[in-house]
Design a protein around this ligand. Structure first.
Ligand SMILES: *[C@@H]1O[C@H](CO)[C@@H](O)[C@H](O)[C@H]1NC(C)=O
Ligand SMILES: *[C@@H]1O[C@H](CO)[C@@H](O)[C@H](O)[C@H]1NC(C)=O
Ligand SMILES: *[C@@H]1O[C@H](CO)[C@@H](O)[C@H](O)[C@H]1NC(C)=O
Ligand SMILES: *[C@@H]1O[C@H](CO)[C@@H](O)[C@H](O)[C@H]1NC(C)=O
Length: 559
């Protein structure tokens, strides 16, 4: 397998799409499909960019007008939502909502992506002046880390020019308050790391009372094992290794609980006994960001141990989960697909893929596995075309959703964006437009964008999760804004699993480990350039994937 990194692929592959820019192509479009998906006009891009911006501000302004200082916007009733204090067991809400203006915090660096300096400064001020973590709430360590700590750190580094790639956003009266706040909430979460028999953290912690008696001992692997980016950056900014060490120890312990025979991890583990309570091993819910963060930790910090774990995990994934033909874009046989297996014997456990797993195509892009990423993404594109949304779980054997809600998750859109950066294929811009059209058609309501309750009936729920602004609309906008400083400095920036932007900075890296990342390995390039196909796959290969996933539009042009 080939493990080039994205810095390499994105620059070279960019060559193969240069002709998309100004006028209609002179090259003979052999068929309607190539004609439609292999080209896009500047006007269409401009309109899409404006539309993405409009979607963001529609959600953001409504949040501020109707929901702030509560955590989330209820876009149907135009009101706000905070924790469910009356029902502590309602973890669907309480894991995420901490009574700390979650959506505002999560959205900070998005305002920089939209290059709205005055509003960014106003929002930063609002967070500093109004948000407190002295709250009797029990939140999930993982959610608070990726949504709150990640965003505070990202905004802090932008304000202090530690991340100067986005432009000068310094604020005269800023005195490191966001870093202090990130430090504060992480200190409040530290009791989760104390006193479990395995040393793995409890998944939930109360921000004033620590770990409550009777708390649940079961954590998902991704929840415990994807803290390293935020904890690592916090440690390096504060020059206090405590947090990074905790995250690293947690990862090492999880790693030691791999099955001795298969080398696979399950999705749920008991933090007292170390016993696997969920033996499903896959790329989706429960495991997704664990793999993502091993690779991203290596990119950010340059520690070879993270790379080694990541590569070992990839070997197990390739051996046990990957089915189908060896190459995506060439050869015969079934298209590649990754299946959920039992960690104990590698046997196929079920026939669904989940919506979160769509982010894995983005990990493959970072890894340089572009050929693989193209097919992986196409599976989700098929399901999106079928419903105009992604069901939480889709059963590719029954060709129907197993779990049919769609809370406006960003993962498929994130992968679309990363694949566009890596290939520059106009195909991905078309995908982005189709995504926006269906979001506007099915989920746009009076005061924002609502969770799709059932992708078949298109019924809605009155909830707009914070990631709609911090990720979904951010990635959509970046897809259509080539000139954005984020895109101009793409090779120097890293997105956290919540879409927060961290600089890849020498300050965070061990000097000697810089070289392997920047080394160019041309042999890692997939054969995109030679093929001169403008869409990433031929129409017949797309149709094969669509059929496999149960999307029977007459052909790709049918939509
Ligand atoms: C910045 O955001 C505010 C609040 O949504 C909005 O009123 C203003 O028009 C925005 N400015 C720009 C330049 O987009
Ligand atoms: C925290 O909230 C719980 C109920 O959610 C309540 O029983 C407890 O007394 C509160 N503790 C403090 C210190 O306020
Ligand atoms: C968690 O594990 C501890 C130690 O084994 C046990 O005493 C406690 O009852 C468990 N908690 C729950 C909610 O099962
Ligand atoms: C570059 O690719 C070749 C062939 O796949 C491989 O043998 C070599 O180890 C790679 N070098 C690096 C630095 O990844």
């Amino acid at each position: 397998m080939c493990y080039g990194l994205h810095f390499l692929t994105s620059t070279l592959i960019a060559l193969f799409m240069v002709r998309r820019s100004s006028s209609h192509p002179l090259w003979p479009a052999d068929n309607e499909f190539d004609f439609k998906y292999g080209w896009i006009s500047e006007d269409e891009i401009t309109i899409a960019r404006e539309q993405a911006k409009q979607m963001f501000y529609f959600g953001y302004d409504n949040y501020l007008n109707h929901a702030f200082p509560l955590d989330e916007l209820d876009p149907i009733h135009c009101t706000g939502r905070g924790p469910d204090y009356a029902h502590p067991e309602n973890i669907n809400i309480n894991d995420v909502l901490g009574d700390y203006s979650l959506t505002l915090i999560d959205t900070l660096d998005a305002l920089v992506v939209f290059q709205n300096k005055s509003e960014f400064h106003r929002a930063v001020r609002l967070v500093i002046d109004t948000v407190s973590f002295e709250k009797n709430v029990t939140v999930q360590v993982f959610e608070a880390t990726i949504r709150v700590v990640g965003s505070l750190l990202s905004a802090h580094m932008i304000l202090t020019n530690e991340n100067s790639y986005l432009g000068d956003y310094s604020m005269p009266d800023y005195d490191g308050e966001l870093l202090t706040m990130a430090h504060d909430i992480v200190l409040r979460m530290l009791p989760a790391f104390d006193n479990t028999l395995t040393g793995l953290p409890y998944p939930r912690v109360n921000l004033v009372n620590g770990v409550l008696p009777g708390t649940i001992n079961e954590t998902c692997t991704a929840g415990a094992g994807s803290l390293i980016l935020e904890f690592g950056v916090l440690s390096r900014l504060l020059d206090d290794s405590t947090f990074e060490i905790l995250a690293r120890k947690t990862n090492a312990r999880l790693w030691n609980f791999r099955d001795k025979h298969t080398g696979l991890l399950g999705n749920v583990i008991d933090v007292q006994t170390g016993e696997w309570k969920g033996t499903l091993s896959g790329l989706g819910a429960g495991l997704d960001s664990f793999y993502e963060y091993m690779l991203k930790a290596y990119i950010l910090f340059g520690d070879e141990r993270d790379l080694k774990m990541y590569l070992d995990a990839q070997d197990q994934i390739w051996t046990h989960m990957r089915k189908g033909r060896t190459q995506c874009r060439s050869g015969d046989g079934q298209p590649p697909i990754y299946v959920n297996v039992d960690m104990r014997d590698g046997k196929v456990l079920n026939t669904w893929i989940d919506s979160l797993q769509a982010s894995y195509a983005g990990v493959q892009v970072l890894d340089g596995m572009l050929d693989e990423a193209i097919c992986f993404h196409a599976l989700y594109y098929a399901v999106w075309k079928k419903y105009g949304a992604l069901p939480e779980r889709y059963n590719w054997h029954l060709k129907a959703p197993d779990v049919s809600f769609y809370p406006l998750r960003p993962e498929f859109i994130e992968s679309t964006y990363l694949l566009y950066r890596a290939t520059k294929s106009p195909f991905y811009l078309h995908v982005g437009r189709e995504i926006m059209d269906s979001l506007n058609m099915y989920s746009r309501v009076r005061c924002g964008f609502a969770t799709v309750h059932d992708v078949i009936e298109k019924s809605l729920e009155d909830r707009m999760e914070s990631f709609f602004l911090s990720e979904t609309s951010k990635y959509l906008y970046l897809l259509f804004d080539d000139a954005n400083p984020v895109n101009k400095n793409y090779h120097r920036l890293l997105f956290t699993t919540e879409g927060h932007i961290f600089p890849i900075s020498d300050k965070f890296r061990d000097a000697e480990s810089l070289s392997p990342i920047l080394e160019l390995n041309v042999s890692c390039q997939p054969n995109v350039i030679e093929d001169k196909i403008y869409p990433p796959l031929t129409e017949s290969r797309f149709n094969q994937i669509f059929k496999m996933m149960g999307y029977y539009g007459d052909d790709v042009n049918a939509a």
